[in-house]
Ligand binder design. Structure first.
Ligand SMILES: [Zn+2]
Ligand SMILES: [Zn+2]
Length: 364
């Protein structure tokens, strides 16, 4: 008598597996894991990625780790556990005889995205090069290591162009510069409420000097593209302008107007809020920090911690004409919004969510 052995789930062991719309893929209705017959996993991954030609078509696993406790549903031999990627420590079960693969429910998304995950981890784990060293040595600006955005950062580019354009116009003649400062800068003496509200927006596009402009625009350029990609164009713009308004209000709140009116310009407040968002969502990214001639990749929380300390010291020493309170206010707002929007952003961007998992192995 011939009896067809039913295929039991390798994880629950007592529940049978049922075929899905693709007969080479079976699923467990109980634990929602998936069994892939030899080759069907690669096919499923290729189908998920329309633009796979930039990536490898095949699943390249990381190192074999150990013998699994699970049995292959066909061969009844113990499977082998492999690390998903060299730099991603999810462990998946593969049969050494038939090359079938078992994925637990929480591993499915990670494996399906593995070509992108692999590319992202390669980018993030790049070591500093002589180019990044020379760049920072000459400009005193950090090099950024992060994933490539999927969308063109139109808003970020437009903001950079607008700020530069207004600065360029001001540089044409002293009269033009005067006009810009009188009309577009935020002035605490402004009487008309409507005009004051307008200034809360326009002051963000005016800069006091070339270094002020260059520093702000550089940071907007390197971190704005990733944030715009994560949020979408409209939400990014709304958040940026809102943060600029709130940062100005923070500066006004702490400013002593008995010494004269506050005249505020610059995108720093809004950009400080972007730092907060960046820290909450891109903990896998790196910004380089340079001590004399030694360049080191730092995680955003270290980088921005140093940045905040400089601002706190600046605020209490009451130094010069820098709007310390606007910087710190903007940063605090960014941290809060970053925390509140974290789940939304991770749901919208599975790759960013996966890179924030402890499985991501980052080299700094
Ligand atoms: Zn199961
Ligand atoms: Zn097998």
């Amino acid at each position: 008598m011939l009896r067809k052995r039913s295929k039991y789930c390798p994880s629950c062991t007592t529940k049978g597996l049922k075929p899905t719309s693709n007969p080479a893929i079976l699923d467990c209705r109980h634990c929602h894991g998936l069994w892939f017959e030899d080759g069907s996993l690669n096919q499923a991954i290729v189908q998920q990625h329309e633009c796979l030609d930039q990536y490898d078509h095949e699943l390249h696993l990381g190192p074999a780790l150990r013998t699994s406790e699970r049995l292959c549903i066909r061969c009844r031999v113990t499977m082998t556990q492999y690390q998903l990627l060299v730099h991603y420590s999810t462990e998946i079960d593969c049969c050494p005889d038939c090359d079938g693969v078992w994925l637990d429910k929480h591993e499915i998304d990670q494996v399906m995205h593995s070509p992108k995950l692999k590319q992202a981890l390669t980018d993030l784990n790049q070591a500093v090069s002589w180019k990044s060293w020379l760049f920072q040595f000459l400009t005193a600006m950090p090099a950024e290591y992060n994933v490539q955005p999927q969308r063109t950062p139109w808003i970020t580019r437009t903001l950079v162009v607008l700020c530069s354009l207004i600065f360029g116009l001001g540089a044409l003649s002293p009269e033009a510069n005067e006009w810009i400062f009188v009309n577009l800068a935020l002035n605490s003496d402004t009487q008309s409420p409507a005009y004051f509200v307008l200034q809360l927006l326009t002051y963000q596009f005016v800069h006091g000097g070339l270094m002020h402009l260059a520093g702000n625009m550089y940071f907007l350029w390197i971190i704005g593209d990733n944030l715009e990609d994560a949020l979408g164009h409209g939400a990014f713009l709304a958040l940026y302008l809102f943060a600029g308004v709130m940062a100005a209000l923070a500066e006004l709140l702490l400013f002593d107007t008995s010494q004269g009116p506050l005249l505020l310009v610059g995108a720093s407040g809004a950009i400080a809020a972007l730092f907060g968002l960046y820290l909450m969502w891109f903990r896998h990214a790196s910004l380089t920090f340079m001590i004399v001639v030694y360049q080191k990749k730092l995680a955003p929380h270290w980088y921005f911690l140093i940045w905040s300390l400089i601002n706190v010291v600046g605020m209490f020493s009451g130094q010069g004409d820098v709007a310390w309170a606007a910087h710190l206010g903007g940063f605090a707002l960014g941290l809060l919004l970053g925390y509140l929007l974290k789940d939304y952003v991770f749901r919208k961007n599975p790759l960013i969510a996966m890179l924030n998992q402890p499985e991501a192995m980052l080299r700094r």
